[in-house]
Design a protein around this ligand. Structure first.
Ligand SMILES: [Zn+2]
Length: 202
């Protein structure tokens, strides 16, 4: 049963109506006001699953290898995402360090691992209502993953440090850029409505 018939309320006029089973690419509109109720994604669960797995690998590379190397007068210093955040703890900026750790490390990691776990369970048919709170939690932390903001801050720092030292971009920086693209693709391909349906099916 790919897509059970469910009740859905129109976001615009609140009319409760039955949502028919939709094929990939099809969408349903409100009977009363013609607002878009839901449009089924063309991409498959397997596609999202592949993106989530790719994301985990890129995340690992982005955090295990040097982000940037600074060469100042022959002294080379490697810096990773975590070591950068820990340096902020040492320089008496614990709040900023915690914010960076949460938005650039903890939340994106939880998001990727949780999404992968749920997609794997849905793929092998082991769906259960017990996974609903986890999926709800993942949806709630999603806005707190701010990899793009972090990357922007790093690029600004690189430009500013350019006069003082030679900045050598590391493999983690490239991986981090790919990770941002992969997570954006994952967010746009993931059919949350479909997953809610599968998880809440008895
Ligand atoms: Zn409506």
């Amino acid at each position: 049963m790919p897509h059970a018939t469910t009740q859905i309320a129109c976001h615009d006029c609140d009319l409760l109506q039955r949502l028919p089973p939709l094929k990939p690419g099809q969408s349903a509109r409100c009977l009363r006001c013609n607002a878009l109720l839901y449009s089924r994604k063309r991409t498959s669960l397997e596609f999202s699953l592949a993106l989530a797995a790719t994301g985990i690998i890129l995340f690992a590379i982005a955090n295990l290898f040097p982000f940037l190397s600074l060469n100042a007068h022959g002294q080379i210093q490697d810096s990773t995402l975590i070591s950068g955040a820990l340096a902020m703890f040492d320089s008496d900026r614990p709040m900023l360090a915690a914010l960076v750790l949460l938005t650039a490390f903890v939340f994106p990691l939880l998001d990727l691992l949780g999404t992968l776990y749920i997609l794997l369970n849905v793929r092998i048919g082991r769906t259960s209502r017990a996974l609903l709170p986890l999926f709800r939690f993942l949806r709630s932390i999603k806005p707190w993953g701010m990899l793009e903001v972090f990357l922007l801050a790093v690029l600004v720092a690189v430009v500013k440090l350019g006069d003082l030292a030679t900045v050598i971009p590391g493999v983690a920086l490239y991986s981090f850029c790919l990770l941002i693209l992969t997570m954006a693709a994952l967010a746009s391909s993931l059919d949350a409505h479909l997953i809610w349906n599968r998880l809440s099916a008895p």
